[in-house]
Design a protein around this ligand. Structure first.
Ligand SMILES: NC(=O)c1ccc[n+]([C@@H]2O[C@H](COP(=O)([O-])OP(=O)(O)OC[C@H]3O[C@@H](n4cnc5c(N)ncnc54)[C@H](O)[C@@H]3O)[C@@H](O)[C@H]2O)c1
Length: 208
């Protein structure tokens, strides 16, 4: 049985990963401040420990590691809900990610998994599909700027890391992206439209 620490465990991706890991018999500890996540995204489980707190404080983050010693850290916590809340984005996505990366380094974690946004390439990528040679250009959103700074700290940690530069993920408990937007528009009697972008890539120190 491996030990997994998940930040943002109350969110869409964090709770989906936790459910799958528990189904496989792993031990899971998670942290969430429930800024966008929900407590009822996860049912209580004997191998699940949920801590309500913020990754913005280094003391909180190092406390998550001390007595648990995770084999793998999955960092999904992110701030994005108000595009004008630059400070909130910088604190969670940049400072919080630096705290997580630093703790992974200090505690010699074996694997660090980061969930990045494809907006790190800018809203108008130079090529489709995007390849790893595409320059980073997260200039037009606080979310993208701070998430990219966070990714740099993940890399700086020297831990065996991987980042998934995702576009639009869909599934149960999804609260952002196209499906919630379509739902809201349809509920208001508005039309929906789609474009045809294709974006996918991964980047890591060893393998995906
Ligand atoms: N869903 C997508 O389409 C998509 C696309 C690209 C990248 N991502 C990335 O994937 C990750 C997960 O996204 P999601 O869709 O599950 O979002 P989500 O909002 O459902 O989950 C994020 C979780 O982080 C928590 N959180 C926020 N600030 C925190 C803090 N300071 N301390 C502790 N917890 C905090 C939130 O409460 C929430 O539960 C994010 O890092 C996001 O940037 C998601």
């Amino acid at each position: 049985m491996a030990l997994y620490l998940i930040t943002g465990i109350g969110g869409f991706i964090g709770s989906s990963l936790a459910r799958e890991l528990l189904r496989r018999g792993e031990q899971v500890r998670g942290v969430d401040n429930f800024a966008t996540g929900r407590r009822d995204n996860l049912e209580p489980h004997p191998r699940l420990q949920l801590i309500e707190d913020t990754i913005v404080h280094p003391r909180v983050v190092s406390g998550l590691f001390g007595d648990f010693r995770p084999d793998v850290v999955i960092h999904t916590a992110a701030s994005y809900k108000d595009r004008d809340a630059w400070q909130a984005d910088a604190l969670t996505n940049c400072v919080g990610s630096a705290n997580v990366a630093r703790a992974c380094k200090d505690h010699k974690v074996g694997r660090l998994i980061y969930f990045q946004t494809a907006l790190c390439y800018g809203t108008k990528p130079l090529e489709q599909p995007i390849t790893l040679n595409h320059p980073l250009n997260p200039v037009n959103s606080s979310y993208a700027i701070s998430k990219t700074a966070g990714e740099n700290y993940i890399q700086l940690s020297g831990v065996d890391w991987v980042t998934f530069r995702l576009a639009n993920i869909v599934g149960p408990r999804n609260v952002s992206g196209p499906l919630p937007i379509f739902f809201e528009r349809l509920s208001q009697g508005k039309r929906c439209f789609v474009t045809d972008p294709r974006r996918h890539c991964w980047l890591g120190s060893t393998r995906p």
